[in-house]
Each structure stands twice: as C-alpha cells, then as structure tokens.
Design a protein around this ligand. Structure first.
Ligand code: ADP
Length: 476
C-alpha cells in the first residue's frame, strides 16, 4: 500500500524525543515489508542540505493574511522510502529549536504546523503520490485530518484512510480561538462535539482525534489509561467515545544501535550466550564515574529530567536507599530543580553517586551496559524506550507499573524486571529492596537478565501491527 506519513520531527534529521525516533524507524520497517512510504516533515535550519535533493516542486499555502510557500526537497532512504522536506525560511529555516527557544514556545506554532499539515497533503498531490493511508503523528499534524475531510474533497487524496498516533497525550497544541481567523478555518468547525473546539480554545490534537478513521498510541496499557480522568488530560471523554477506534501498538527499538553484542561504545561486548563482557562494562562505568570499584550493585538512570519521569520520587528515596552499600549513576538533562537535586545528592554521597548532567549518548550506553539495575519511576509513560534497552543489555529494569512499562517488563519470580504500583517513596524503596535480594542470589539474577535479553523489541514486530491496522481500515 501507499502511505503518507507526516511528522514534525524525523531522526536522524531532527529530533527532540521519541516521536523523532519513531518517524525514522517505523517508515523504514514498513518499507521493508513492501509498502511505499513518503514521510513529510519541515526542513529546520540545521537539517544538512548536502543530503537533500530538489523534487522540482514547490508549495503555495494560502492563509487569509498572505501566502506562504517554498520548495519541496527530498532524501531517498531506500527504494520505497523517501523523506520530503518542506522548506520555508520564515517558518522553519530561520529558527533555532523545533517548537520554541529559550523564550518559550514560538508564537506562530499554529501557523507553522498548519503549514506542515496542509503542505504535506499538497506535496503528495504535487508529486502525484495518492496514498491509501495518511498517518499523522501528534498535535502538529492534527489539522491534516481536518483538511483531508474539509479541504481536499475534490482530490483523490480524500479517499485515503487516516490514522493519528498519539505519542504523548500531554502535548495537545492548544491555541486561543483568534487563530480561527488567522488560519482561515470556517467557524462551523468551532464545535466541541465534532469539530476543533475544546473548552473555548482550538485544540489541534483533539481535532486530529475527531477527524481520523483510527487512533493509535504507543502501548496497549497507555491506550487504556488515556481513557481515564487520571491520565486523559481532559480528552478522556472523547477517547472513551472513540474507544472502538483506538488501539495501542508498542514502539520498537533501534536494534542496531542498542545491541550489546555489537555496541562500539562499550569496552567489551556481550550476549546472552556469554555475559562476561558485562562485568567489564561495569568496571569501566565505575572507573569513568570516579566511584570505587567493588561488588556493590549499581543502579542506573538515563532520563529527561522532567516531572513525567518521577525524578522527584527518586530524589526523595535515594538518601535512604544509599544507606545500603549501593552505587547510583544518573545521566540526565532538563529542568534545573532536578539538576540541582542530583548535584546535591552527589555532593552528599560522593563515594556512591555520580551524576552526568547534559545529553550524553556515550554515557547512556555505558550505563545501560554497566549498571545492574535501571530505575524508571515514571508518573506516566506512553511507551518508554530505556526499559527496553535495559532488557536487551541484561540490566534489570525497576519500573513503575504504568503505560508501556507494564507491557514490556514482566514482574514476579520468573520475570524480566521489578514493577511497583504506587507513586510513593515506600513503594519504590520496597522495589529497590527486592532488587537487593535478587542481587544476592546470582543464579536467579542471571535468569532475569537472560529472559530480558531474549525479548524481541524490533520494529518489524510493531510494523506488522500497523500493517494489519491499515489493512483492516482499507477493507471497511
Ligand atoms: P522520552 O521520549 O519520554 O524522553 P523514552 O524512554 O521514550 O523517553 O526515550 C528517551 C530517549 O532519550 C532514550 O533513547 C534515552 O536513552 C535518551 N535520553 C534521555 N535523556 C538522555 C540524556 N541525558 N543523555 C543521553 N540520552 C538520553
């Protein structure tokens, strides 16, 4: 089938989070299954021009207050997989940052992503690529679902079936209703039941969810959770109403980058057949972290330092947990309050704690390989990647039972990791206590490691799920 995939970031060209990874990897996996796929994304200022070629086509998107346009560039990834870049100096080329800068979100994001949404459909038309499926991702592409039904009725594009994947429901693209005029959206769309309105604002994600044929999110558990008031971010009612159209499909991981048997960053490689290299990685990790060598268990963390990730809970329990003979290595970047907290923890326990602030790819691999346990006490987690990397690297994940963490980590005596329910210090401490008991029983610990390493989190598995969803939509 032919798939038009629209995303505001696509690795390796642009990336701020999991969405970029998915937009890089899922289309590649779908192409490998034989489908023809074009990914459309903005050409931000720092996308390297060298790799891009002109398609010979350009866009003209009309807004009430002037027209915007620009060339369509392309990068061919494989025979059936191409990435199209919408170039526009004003909206994308001249900006530092994808969605905002140090002063906050850009004030014209509604226009920038309306341009992406409508421009992507127009680009498909210009290139005479008539998709069977239009696959949208997150709020930045929500208006494409509206445009497909309301702006392209006369085009063969309107026959396409549409899918919206929610990568994180917390980000919705909500704007004051004055943007209706700014974007030239007809006011009959400003309704809450079947339109773009949301508590007297315009909500791009809600618009997408309302207008698409199917909704997916990145794990089955998160698909259930977003239908509850606790994690529904005020869209739970709408999602419950559309629950028959909502499914959860787990993300895959880049099995090449995250492979302990071939990882060039590691001082020693290892696999389920021979785990000995893992001990070498642990020694190297402790050395680099400036912590004393020894047999004490190492707890690792690699995370955005954000509220979602439960860094506050971690900071609360660590002084107690560090009373035992354990080491803690954290790699993180993000909010200042958590950076300060981690710095203070390191200052208080210099022989047990090492902290790397900033985005550090090398250390993230070394922690995944060298740690004995990996902590992920998330408040919520749509899918999560690090726990899957941990499993692959034989590092036992300790995770809160939420979202994709539930779907990827198995608890119990014969599981692959340790799960805890309550977002509460006592629950996390109890989980860490279980980890210490497991560590004291090397035979059982090895069982946990090996079972985790045998799990298949490749994109092929996920791509087949999307493929069967698309196939069922085309049969309707
Ligand atoms: P999210 O997308 O919500 O941040 P995920 O677990 O899905 O969480 O993915 C996070 C990705 O970013 C992982 O690949 C992780 O290794 C990486 N990452 C996060 N923070 C850092 C950091 N400070 N240094 C290196 N890698 C990081």
């Amino acid at each position: 089938m032919k798939i038009l995939f629209i995303a505001s970031e696509v690795a390796p060209f642009s990336k701020t989070g999991g969405l970029g990874d998915v937009a890089g990897a899922l289309p590649a996996a779908l192409a490998a299954l034989g489908h023809e796929i074009k990914v459309v994304t903005p050409r931000y200022g720092d996308v390297k021009t060298g790799e891009l070629v002109s398609t010979g086509h350009s866009l003209h998107v009309r807004f009430p207050f002037g027209e915007e346009g620009g060339p369509i560039l392309a990068a061919r990834i494989s025979e059936r997989h191409e990435v199209l870049f919408l170039e526009n100096e004003h909206f994308f080329g001249s900006r530092r940052g994808l969605y905002g800068d140090t002063f906050g979100e850009f004030g014209d994001n509604h226009r920038r992503f309306a341009y992406l949404s409508v421009g992507a459909l127009q680009a498909a038309q210009r290139l005479q690529f008539i998709p069977d499926i239009v696959h949208l991702n997150d709020w930045q592409t929500g208006l494409a679902a509206v445009a497909l039904r309301r702006g392209f009725q006369a085009s063969p594009l309107s026959r396409a079936r549409s899918v919206m994947t929610i990568h994180n429901l917390a980000y919705q693209g909500q704007f004051g209703k004055d943007i209706m005029g700014d974007l030239g959206l007809p006011w009959d769309l400003f309704t809450s039941h079947d339109g773009v309105e949301f508590y007297d604002t315009v909500n791009f994600l809600k618009s997408g969810i309302t207008f698409v044929d199917a909704i997916t999110t990145v794990s089955p558990t998160y698909a259930r959770e977003i239908q509850t008031p606790e994690l529904g971010n005020n869209l739970d009612g709408l999602l419950r109403a559309r629950h028959g159209r909502l499914t959860g499909i787990l993300n895959g991981i880049d099995a090449q980058e995250w492979n302990p048997a071939g990882d060039p960053i590691l001082p020693a490689r290892y696999s389920a057949e021979d785990l000995s290299g893992k001990a070498v990685c642990k020694r190297e990790l402790l050395k680099r972290a400036g912590l004393p060598e020894g047999d004490a268990p190492v707890f690792g963390v690699v995370t955005r330092l954000a509220y979602q990730k439960g860094v506050d809970l971690l900071l609360e329990v660590m002084p107690t947990a560090l009373q035992a003979d354990v080491r803690f290595v954290a790699v993180g970047s993000g909010e200042g309050r958590y950076e300060d907290g981690l710095r203070a923890l390191q200052a208080r326990f210099p022989k047990q704690v090492a902290v790397y602030l900033g985005f550090d790819r090398e250390m993230s691999h070394l922690v995944e390989a060298g740690a004995d346990f990996f902590l992920m006490p998330s408040r919520y987690e749509p899918c999560g990647l690090n726990q899957m990397y941990s499993l692959r690297y034989g590092t036992v994940p300790i995770v809160r039972a939420t979202g994709g963490l539930v779907d990827t980590v198995t608890g119990g005596m014969d599981g692959t990791g340790i799960l805890f329910e309550a977002f509460h210090p006592a629950a996390l401490l109890a989980a860490m206590r279980r980890a210490l008991a497991l560590y004291a029983d090397p035979g059982r610990l090895e069982g946990f490691r090996l079972r985790g390493m045998q799990r298949d989190f490749s994109w092929t598995v996920s791509a087949r799920r999307y493929e069967s969803l698309f196939t069922s939509l085309l049969k309707e």
